[in-house]
Design a protein around this ligand. Structure first.
Ligand SMILES: Nc1ncnc2c1ncn2[C@@H]1O[C@H](COP(=O)(O)OP(=O)(O)OP(=O)(O)O)[C@@H](O)[C@H]1O
Length: 732
């Protein structure tokens, strides 16, 4: 218990994890929890089953509750508070600026070294009434424009109808209309920027010379809050908001921005404080790639928060298949943490049902999977709608995790959206946990001719070769491909029998393959009970949501032996103690191999993953047609306008091996797993034995002899010391 407390977790949350038998944080939890509690953005790259869900959920739950408590007590702030929120010192806002726009720690000096694109920023506070003034001095040559804008304006001041700019070329700009005004300015010139919100105008001065009225504030901006604004191209400027004497004092009646009454803190991109919405708005948004995974994370959150009261934390699962009406009702009643899948989240956000203005945590679980499934734009859209600073002045925190985070797309996303993120990366590359043994068994339809005479009880294949007149004995590519399909099902059964598999997750490439394998297993000994040798359920995206739920539950509860599934179950699904995974076909996505086999060997239990890999190419479905395969029988190759490809598993295997930097051990079709250091000492599905583990207990046992020796030496040293003292006393 103390170990989680030492990470900064509160007792109520620690009590929950203790009840789940989590006595020590895992390595990734040890690293990530303090970082998240401290307000940082985190990229969490740790092996499958290493406890990433707890690593992000626990600190989020805690901060959400703390924030709610403070809101109730009427205090602002909380952890991760930034200068842009409640503080009264006016500066340039670190959190409201372009990518290439640098702001010095004092918040007064700024620079942009980009030559082609404008980047800008705004002040941390603005005014909505009265007359105000600030100064900016050009400290290096380049292009600059300064003035006033609302928080909804782009950073390219003067390009929209929400901000008023005055540029070094002697032009004023509003709504992309550039007109001559005043005179040009450059290095060492000081520009005074005045706004009179009551009189409704904006004017500027150069080195103390009043340049006259530049703009009338249009009607649609009356009552808005205006912030000091700047946009630069390869230039540098220094600001004075009035905390030090101005170079040129403003005209009578204008007050320094930092001394103005009723300063309004910057809240967000376009979202000013909305009283009344704060109490009920969502504070954490967790995006998961699949329903089952979203459900699992949601359930974890429910468990972690169960001892939190006054205030409690309210969580909601937002996935397709569940009633949108109920979800809507829950949101209206108030929800703090939403876990959802991209489709339903998008529905709710784009129709305004999910208010993002109070969000301070955005979590992308299995981030690389979300990106490779094409959700990059959605992520950016969501990110753009979330205020970068909450009403309390806390910065939006982004947490991005996966066991396979080492790819260019994730790095690009991190550079674009995250704020100085910390990598929690225990291995520095994608890897397989020590608790997972993985082997490959090759299927060679040339040397293994068992598929020639399988009789009537055989797997139904996917029909790709229905028109190919395949005959056993022929060496045509089509014929060998059909042989692979038939043999794979036989090998699956052989592996199950050899290892006396009580339970296994069986991955197939397509939904049709899953259906065929499910039917085959049922035929040879299936059923819906554990006593049936091949009892199984199926999980893929064509099954109804309720069936998916029921099937997963039946497998989790140990009611059936096999879960036959597509990659929809490859990531994140956590079923403690599942001993085996069988890949009937390798995924062409090397990352998914790591995720698939990571369904075993979780929470310190051992697991074995067997991949059945064809030595020849297999012709498979690859539907690009509008029906996505539902009523498609076009077995022509993709390049000929059809819906099939030749699938080269040997290539995918070598991609995986190269990615992992290992050669995966091979077994023959007797499925005898090679002898290794674990041989004879482990049972798949069980925790690692004492003598084989590398965990805490094992280390303690290893260190015991040294500890005993040290104890003896210490005792000897103490006795010698005492003896010496006694001798000295006698002689003195
Ligand atoms: N500190 C802990 N002590 C004991 N068990 C833990 C601890 N943290 C997590 N676990 C258990 O470890 C298992 C794996 O955790 P989790 O699902 O969070 O892994 P993950 O890193 O998200 O894996 P994946 O990459 O596959 O999604 C779960 O069963 C969880 O209950």
């Amino acid at each position: 218990m103390a170990a989680f407390l030492e990470l900064g977790m509160i007792e109520e949350v620690v009590q929950s994890v203790e009840e789940m038998d989590w006595l020590l944080p895992t390595d990734v939890q040890h690293e990530a929890i303090p970082l998240i509690l401290g307000g940082g953005d985190v990229l969490m790259a740790a092996e499958t089953g290493s406890g990433k869900t707890g690593a992000f959920s626990l600190p989020i739950i805690q901060i959400v509750q703390e924030t709610k408590k403070m809101r109730r007590e009427g205090k602002g702030g909380g952890r991760g508070k930034v200068g842009g929120g409640g503080a009264k010192t006016v500066k340039l806002n670190q959190f409201d600026r372009g990518d290439q726009f640098a702001v010095a720690p004092d918040g007064l000096l700024c620079q942009c070294r980009e030559h082609r694109v404008w980047h800008g920023s705004r002040s941390t506070h603005g005014i909505s009434s009265g007359k105000s003034y600030f100064e900016a001095t050009v400290t290096d040559e380049g292009l600059c424009r300064i003035g006033w804008s609302t928080s909804r304006a782009t950073h390219e001041l003067g390009k929209d109808n929400l901000g008023f700019g005055f540029g070094g070329t002697g032009k004023k700009s509003f709504s992309s209309q550039f007109d001559n005004y005043g005179e040009p300015f450059g290095k060492d010139d000081t520009i005074g920027c005045c706004i009179d919100t009551d009189g409704g105008n904006v004017s500027f001065s150069k080195n103390g010379k009043n340049l006259g009225k530049a703009f009338d504030i249009p009607k649609h901006l009356h009552g808005d809050t205006f912030f000091a604004a700047v946009t630069l191209k390869n230039a540098e400027m220094k600001f004075n908001f009035g905390d030090t004497p101005f170079n040129n004092p403003p005209q009578a009646g204008y007050c320094a921005l930092s001394k103005a009454g009723g300063l309004v803190p910057f809240q967000s991109c376009g979202m000013e404080s909305r009283p009344g919405k704060r109490e009920g708005s969502v504070m954490a948004l967790i995006m998961e790639p699949a329903r089952e995974l979203a459900q699992q994370t949601h359930e974890n959150i429910s468990r972690f928060k169960r001892h939190l009261t006054s205030p409690g934390v309210r969580e909601l699962l937002l996935v397709g298949g569940d009633s949108a009406k109920d979800q809507m009702r829950a949101l209206q009643e108030g929800v703090d943490i939403v876990t959802g899948t991209p489709g339903r989240l998008d529905d709710f956000i784009s129709t305004g049902k999910l208010d993002l203005s109070g969000v301070r945590f955005l979590v992308l679980d299995e981030a690389d999977g979300l990106l490779s499934s094409g959700y990059g734009n959605l992520i950016t859209k969501i990110y753009n709608q979330i205020p970068k600073v909450t009403p309390e002045g806390a910065r939006l925190q982004m947490i991005v995790c996966s066991a396979t985070l080492h790819n260019v797309e994730v790095k690009k996303l991190a550079n674009k959206l995250m704020h100085f993120p910390t990598w929690v990366d225990l291995k520095g590359l994608d890897s397989v946990p020590e608790t997972v043994h993985h082997v490959v068994c090759h299927v060679n339809p040339v040397t293994d001719t068992a598929w020639y005479n399988l009789g009537r009880i055989r797997v139904e294949t996917d029909g790709v070769h229905a028109g190919d007149n395949v005959k056993p004995g022929s060496r045509s590519a089509e014929c060998l491909s059909e042989g692979v399909k038939l043999l794979k099902a036989e090998y699956l059964v052989r592996a199950i029998r050899k290892h006396k598999m009580d339970q296994a997750i069986v991955f197939c490439r397509t939904k049709l393959d899953c259906d065929n394998i499910e039917r085959y297993l049922m035929k040879i000994g299936g059923g819906s009970k554990m006593v049936n040798e091949f009892s199984c359920v199926c999980l893929h995206s064509d099954r109804r949501p309720q069936e998916r739920k029921d099937n997963l539950l039946a497998f989790k509860n140990g009611e059936v032996r096999f879960l036959v599934c597509t990659d929809v179950a490859a990531r994140g699904i956590d079923i403690t103690g599942v001993p085996f995974v069988v890949n009937v076909t390798l995924s062409d996505d090397k990352q998914n191999y790591i995720h698939r086999i990571g369904r075993v060997g979780r929470a310190a239990r051992m697991g074995l993953a067997i991949s059945i890999v064809a030595t020849v190419k297999e012709k498979v479905w690859y539907h690009k047609c509008p029906s996505r395969g539902k009523s498609c029988h076009n077995t022509d190759l993709l390049e000929n306008g059809g819906c099939t490809i030749w699938y080269d598993e040997r290539q995918y295997l070598s991609d995986i091996e190269e990615h992992l930097g290992v050669t995966i051990p091979q077994v023959d079709n007797s499925f005898d797993v090679p002898v290794n250091e674990f041989d004879g000492k482990i049972t798949y599905g069980e925790r690692r034995g004492k003598s084989t583990g590398t965990g805490f207990q094992y280390h303690t046992a290893q260190l015991a002899p040294s500890r005993d020796q040290l104890m003896k030496m210490e005792k000897l040293a103490q006795s010698n010391f005492l003896r010496l003292q006694t001798t000295q006393t006698w002689f003195s």
